[in-house]
Design a protein around this ligand. Structure first.
Ligand code: PHE
Length: 358
C-alpha cells in the first residue's frame, strides 16, 4: 500500500504544481494517459491472482479517482485565475472621453425627431406611431374630409393599386391618421405626439414626395385654445433655443379642427438672410386647432364631454430653420459629405437639461 500512497502523493503534487492549463494536461497524461503511471499499474493487474487483483484494483481505482478529482479542482482554479488575469489585462476605463472623430453621423431628421421627443416628453406627451400605408377612412373620412371634399385634392395623394377586396390604400399624406388610430384605441385623457414619414406627389425646391411631420394630440375634458397656445409657444422657444421668440396665431382652415390656426414665428429677412427672433417679420411653421367634434365622434369619443387640440408640422422645415440647411432636396440625396457637415455625433443625446443644440 505504501507504494500506492507514495504514487498518489507524487501525482497529486504534480497536479498541484501545474501553473497553467497546458501544465495540467501534462500532469494528467503522466498519471492517466495511455502511457501514464496509473494506467501502467492497471496493466500489471493481469499478472496477479484474482484476490490480489481485486484488492489492488480497488486501491488503484481510489488513487485514480483522487487524482482525477484533483485535476478537475485545479482546472477550475486555473480557469478562474486565467479569467482574472484576462479581466485585468483587458480592463477598459469607461470614464475616458469618447474618441472625438466618430465616423458615422445621425441624419438631421433623426436628430430633430429626438429633440422633439425630448421636449414633448418633458411636457408629458408620449410617442405614438401608425402605418405609412393607410386607408381612406383613417387618412381622410374620419378626419372630417367628406367624400368629394376639395381639401382631398390639395393633398396630391399617392394611391396604391386597388386590392382584391376593392379597398384602395394610399400613402398617408399627413400624420393626422395617427390621431384617429390613437383615439380609436384608447380612452381620454390622451397626450401624444406622432413623428413619422408622410407622402405627397410633389417635387420642387421646397417639396419632396416623402417628407416628415410630427403630429400632436391632446384630448381631455377641459383643454382649450389657451393650452394649445401655451404648449406651442413653449415648444418653439425650447426647440429654437430663443427665449423671447414671438409666435402669431392666424385663423386658418383644416377639416379636422375648428377653430383652426396657422402659427408664424418671428424672424428677420434683412439683407436676404433669414434670422429667427423678435425682429418684426413673420414665417409660417405649423398648423393647429381644436379637434373638430365630428372627428371625436368618428373615433368613438363623446364630443359633449371631451375636447382638445391638435397640431402638425413639417420636420424638414423646422430642421432647416434651426440648422441653416438651405435646400430641402439635399436631405434625401444620401451624400456623405453633406451628412458629415450637417449630421450629428450619435452619442450627443439631446435632452432639455443638456441643451438641445450642437
Ligand atoms: N395635417 C395637417 C397638414 O398636413 C397639419 C395639422 C395637423 C393641422 C393637426 C392641424 C392639426 O397640413
Amino acid at each position: 500500500m505504501t507504494e500506492l500512497d507514495g504514487l498518489k502523493d507524487e501525482l497529486l503534487a504534480q497536479v498541484g504544481a501545474a501553473g497553467d492549463l497546458a501544465g495540467l494536461e501534462e500532469a494528467r497524461l503522466a498519471a492517466l494517459g495511455k502511457k501514464g503511471r496509473i494506467t501502467g499499474f492497471m496493466k500489471d493487474l493481469g499478472a496477479l491472482s484474482p484476490e490480489e487483483r481485486r484488492e489492488r484494483g480497488a486501491a488503484l481505482n481510489a488513487v485514480k479517482d483522487a487524482v482525477a478529482e484533483a485535476i478537475e479542482r485545479r482546472k477550475a482554479e486555473l480557469g478562474r485565475a486565467a479569467l482574472d488575469a484576462r479581466l485585468q489585462a483587458e480592463r477598459v476605463d469607461v470614464t475616458l472621453p469618447v474618441r472625438p472623430e466618430a465616423e458615422g453621423r445621425l441624419h438631421p431628421i433623426s436628430q430633430t425627431m429626438d429633440e422633439l421627443v425630448a421636449i414633448f416628453a418633458e411636457m408629458g406627451f408620449s410617442v405614438a406611431e401608425g402605418p405609412d400605408v393607410e386607408d381612406d377612412f383613417h387618412n381622410f373620412t374620419a378626419l372630417n374630409f367628406p367624400p368629394g371634399h376639395p381639401a382631398r385634392e390639395m393633398h396630391d395623394t399617392f394611391y396604391l393599386p386597388d386590392s382584391a377586396d376593392g379597398r384602395r390604400m394610399l400613402l398617408r399624406t399627413h400624420t393626422s391618421p395617427v390621431q384617429v388610430r390613437t383615439m380609436l384605441n384608447r380612452k381620454p385623457p390622451i397626450r401624444i405626439i406622432a413623428p413619422g414619414r408622410t407622402y405627397r406627389s410633389d417635387y420642387d425646391m421646397t417639396h419632396t414626395p416623402m417628407f416628415h411631420q410630427v403630429e400632436g394630440l391632446v384630448i381631455d375634458e377641459t383643454t382649450h385654445m389657451g393650452h394649445l397656445k401655451g404648449c406651442l409657444i413653449d415648444f418653439c422657444r425650447a426647440f429654437f433655443g430663443i427665449d423671447d421668440l414671438p409666435l402669431r396665431f392666424r385663423p386658418s382652415f383644416f377639416p379636422f379642427t375648428e377653430p383652426s390656426a396657422e402659427v408664424d414665428i418671428g424672424c428677420s429677412r434683412k439683407g436676404g438672410e433669414l434670422k429667427l427672433g423678435n425682429y418684426g417679420d413673420w414665417l409660417e411653421i405649423l398648423g393647429c386647432g381644436m379637434v373638430h367634434p365630428n372627428v371625436l365622434e368618428a373615433c368613438g369619443i363623446d364630443s359633449t364631454r371631451y375636447q382638445g387640440f391638435a397640431f402638425g408640422m413639417g420636420i424638414e422645415r423646422i430642421a432647416m430653420l434651426k440648422y441653416g440647411i438651405p435646400d430641402l432636396r439635399t436631405f434625401f440625396e444620401a451624400d456623405l459629405r453633406w451628412l458629415k457637415h450637417y449630421g450629428f455625433v450619435p452619442l450627443d443625446v439631446p435632452s432639455v437639461a443638456a441643451g438641445l443644440t450642437r
